[in-house]
Design a protein around this ligand. Structure first.
Ligand code: 5GP
Length: 120
C-alpha cells in the first residue's frame, strides 16, 4: 500500500488543515485529538511519510525513530501526565480500526483509564 498524500495528518503537516501545535521538532508534531477520549488526548505524528508502525519500523532511520519516541515522552511530560500515568495507543491496520493512514501515537491520560480493552 502506498502512502496517501491526502490523508488528514499529511494535510496538517503541510499546513493545509489547522491544528493546535503542542510540540514540534524536526522529527515530530503533537496536537490534540479532535475527538478526545480522555481528559488528555494528544496525537504525536512523525514528520516522515509512514503509514503505520509497521511501515515506520521497517523504513524509518534510527534518528527518526529516536526522535519520534523522544518526542512522545517529552510531550507526555509537557502534558503533566508523566507522574499520574498515561497510555500510548498506536493503531495499525483494519482490526485496530486505524482511521488515518499516517503513523501516530495517541497519548491518553488525565484519569484512571481502566482496563486495556473494552468490549465492542
Ligand atoms: P486512529 O483511529 O487512526 O488511530 O486515530 C485517528 C485519530 O485522529 C482519531 O482519534 C480522530 O479523532 C483524530 N482525527 C481525525 N481527524 C482529525 C483532525 O482533522 N484533527 C485532529 N486534531 N484529529 C483528527
Amino acid at each position: 500500500m502506498a502512502y496517501d498524500e491526502n490523508n488528514i495528518f499529511a494535510k496538517i503537516l503541510r499546513g493545509e488543515i489547522p491544528c493546535t501545535k503542542l510540540y514540534e521538532d524536526e522529527y515530530a508534531l503533537a496536537f490534540p485529538d479532535i475527538r478526545p477520549q480522555a481528559p488528555t488526548h494528544v496525537l504525536v505524528i512523525p514528520k516522515g511519510k509512514y503509514i503505520s508502525i509497521a511501515d515506520f519500523g521497517a523504513k524509518a532511520s534510527p534518528a527518526e525513530m529516536t526522535g519520534f519516541f523522544r518526542a512522545v515522552s517529552l510531550v507526555a511530560k509537557q502534558l503533566g501526565v508523566e507522574d499520574t500515568g498515561y497510555r500510548l495507543i498506536c493503531n495499525a491496520g483494519p482490526d485496530s480500526l486505524q482511521e488515518v493512514p499516517h503513523f501516530h501515537a495517541h497519548i491518553l491520560g488525565g484519569r484512571a483509564l481502566g482496563h486495556l480493552l473494552v468490549p465492542g
